[in-house]
Ligand binder design. Structure first.
Ligand SMILES: Cc1cc2nc3c(=O)[nH]c(=O)nc-3n(C[C@H](O)[C@H](O)[C@H](O)COP(=O)(O)OP(=O)(O)OC[C@H]3O[C@@H](n4cnc5c(N)ncnc54)[C@H](O)[C@@H]3O)c2cc1C
Length: 516
């Protein structure tokens, strides 16, 4: 019997299999297609997602295939600038805030990680046709196989039309958002000066223009009706649509696809030992570039909890997956729909009013505020200040090594103590943390000691100064479990973790350190 069967080998299934495999569990992946999909869908990902890719050891290899974009402009049909969003070269997670990619390169890299794990078996050409819960696990039926594949848990990452979700009779909350778009992808063969991130808010024809990394580009056109796709997809018509930006000397048209962008959230993300992740659990329009990113957050959230449960923690821990993730995803969906509705107004009068309003706002305020996502819902976190929010990542130095925190000090459960004034965790709390597999680090003042870590970029000192907290405990998915205002409260913070994950015999994720 496998520990986990992952259904679907899209980006979310790949990250789930990689994280669980690296934690030492026996995983089988079941994918219906014989090969990787090899065509792009997602285009953009954020710094949090890159932090996950870095955890998997692929950030360095990916970087040359990516484009880092620093702004996103919305223009009206006349070309006037309505809004310009800025993105930092180094964001809160220690990586650029906006990467643009050609998805097959990402999937090749993730596939390489998964294939490098001896305890993960990948079965391509394995269409799942049935799932049945048993007393100790789940039997998964694959088309053409006599015997079922048995696993203790199943993570269904089988996409928006999820077979598993349907087989379990799980309904979806439909936000009622439905827009047909035609997505045209190009391979750049010559020099072309195309906007890298532009939304053309023309009520006559809303267009999205996005770089897919250094050698590819995407133009997406909102259609009046999906019925017009068979005509509109004709290459000559596509080339006519993009003529103002690129021609056949500069690019090759590699794909035209139609999508109806919708917003849906599954009612239940867990049914006993079966969990839904990625598009199987939630779908959103791509206006914020957050669909895949949200699925990768699911994978991170689930992987460390499944790791604990497979090591005999109470499996009620898995109930915190949906309670934490759903409010976060819903906030992103709501924001995406709101932005989408503003971008794609088809009524010329309403669009002209929008243009006047946005131009006036831009002239008054310059750049809009950065978009902030909320923290997690209730779950494996306490109610202390900052709990449930992402812990920023900065550069540190420790014992002669300098780099991003994750690279220098490892990933897992981390307790960081503000020791700049000489404060230190006492022996019993330190021992309690060690027993739970929590790595304890002290931010120190180099004038006082050579021990501990130095805050090279000032990220952690600023965080402690702004929050006024004395210690912070974050989880393997980078979200804060809780904080303490005084060090004497740290044991109760650790108790929150202990109650949920004990008995943990050998927390493998905690042992995962500097990438090879
Ligand atoms: C045009 C477009 C642009 C987008 N842009 C962005 C973006 O910029 N940024 C972003 O973050 N997201 C974006 N998204 C969303 C993103 O593509 C999805 O959220 C992401 O692909 C979901 O990944 P997944 O692994 O959950 O599902 P999928 O990628 O759909 O993978 C599901 C896998 O399951 C397999 N499968 C299905 N049924 C079975 C079965 N019965 N048995 C076995 N295998 C099965 C499928 O073959 C597939 O390989 C975009 C989406 C679209 C359509």
């Amino acid at each position: 019997m496998y520990d986990v069967a992952v259904i679907g080998y899209g980006p979310v299934g790949m990250v789930t299999a990689a994280l669980l495999g690296r934690a030492g569990h026996d995983v089988v992946v079941l994918e219906r297609y014989p090969t990787l999909y090899n065509l792009p869908r997602a285009a953009i990902f954020d710094d949090e997602t890159m932090r996950t890719f870095d955890r998997l050891g692929i950030s360095g290899g990916l970087l040359p295939t990516l484009h880092v974009q620093r702004n996103y402009e919305w223009r009206n049909g006349a070309g006037e600038l309505l809004i310009e969003h800025d993105f930092a070269a180094v964001g809160g997670q220690g990586w650029a805030e906006w990467y643009m990619m050609y998805q097959p390169y990402l999937e090749d890299a993730l596939d390489g990680v998964v294939r490098g794990l001896e305890n993960v078996e990948i079965r391509m050409d394995a269409q799942v046709t049935g799932v049945r819960s048993t007393s100790h696990g789940v039997d998964v039926q694959v088309e053409g196989d006599d015997a079922a594949v048995s696993a203790r848990y199943v993570v269904a990452c089988d996409g928006g039309n999820s077979f598993t979700r349907g087989a379990l009779g799980i309904g979806q909350d439909d936000y009622g958002f439905s827009e047909p778009w035609m997505v045209c992808d190009f391979h750049l063969t010559g020099a072309a000066d195309i906007p890298k991130a532009r939304q053309v808010c023309d009520p006559g024809q809303p267009i999205s223009i996005i770089s897919l990394g250094p050698r590819h580009h995407r133009f997406s056109f909102m259609l009046d009706s999906a019925d017009s796709f068979p005509v509109e997809r004709e290459p000559d018509r596509v080339w006519a649509r993009v003529a103002a930006y690129v021609d056949r000397e500069q690019a090759e048209l590699i794909r035209v696809a139609t999508y109806t962008f919708r917003s849906l959230v599954a009612d239940r993300w867990r049914s006993g030992r079966i969990l839904l992740a990625g598009d199987a659990a939630h779908q959103m329009p791509p206006f914020l570039g957050q669909g895949m990113c949200s699925g990768i957050r699911d994978a991170q959230n689930l992987a460390f909890k499944l790791d604990a449960v497979l090591r005999d923690a109470d499996d009620a821990l898995l109930d915190t997956y949906q309670s934490e993730r759903e409010p976060h995803v819903r906030a992103i969906i709501a924001k995406g729909i709101e932005l989408g509705r503003v971008q794609t107004m088809r009524d010329p009068v309403a669009a002209a009013e929008r243009d006047a309003r946005l131009i006036a706002q831009r002239e008054a305020n310059g750049h809009p505020d950065k978009m902030r996502f909320p923290g997690l819902g209730p779950g494996l976190r306490d109610e202390s200040p900052q709990a449930g929010h992402l812990m920023p990542q900065g550069r540190v130095e420790s014992h002669g090594s300098e780099g991003l925190f994750d690279e220098v000090l490892g990933r897992g459960f981390v307790l960081l103590v503000d020791g700049r004034d000489g404060a230190a965790l006492d022996a019993s709390a330190t021992e309690m943390a060690a027993g739970l597999g929590v790595a304890v680090h002290h931010l120190t003042n180099r004038r006082l000691t050579t021990e501990g870590i130095t805050d090279v970029g000032g990220v952690y000192g600023r965080w402690f100064d702004e929050t006024g907290r004395a210690a912070v405990l974050w989880r393997p998915d980078f979200y804060i479990l809780g904080t303490s205002g005084v060090l004497s409260d740290v044991p109760s913070l650790l108790d929150t973790l202990a109650i949920a994950v004990e008995p943990v015999q050998a927390p493998a994720i905690v042992g995962e350190r500097i990438r090879p």
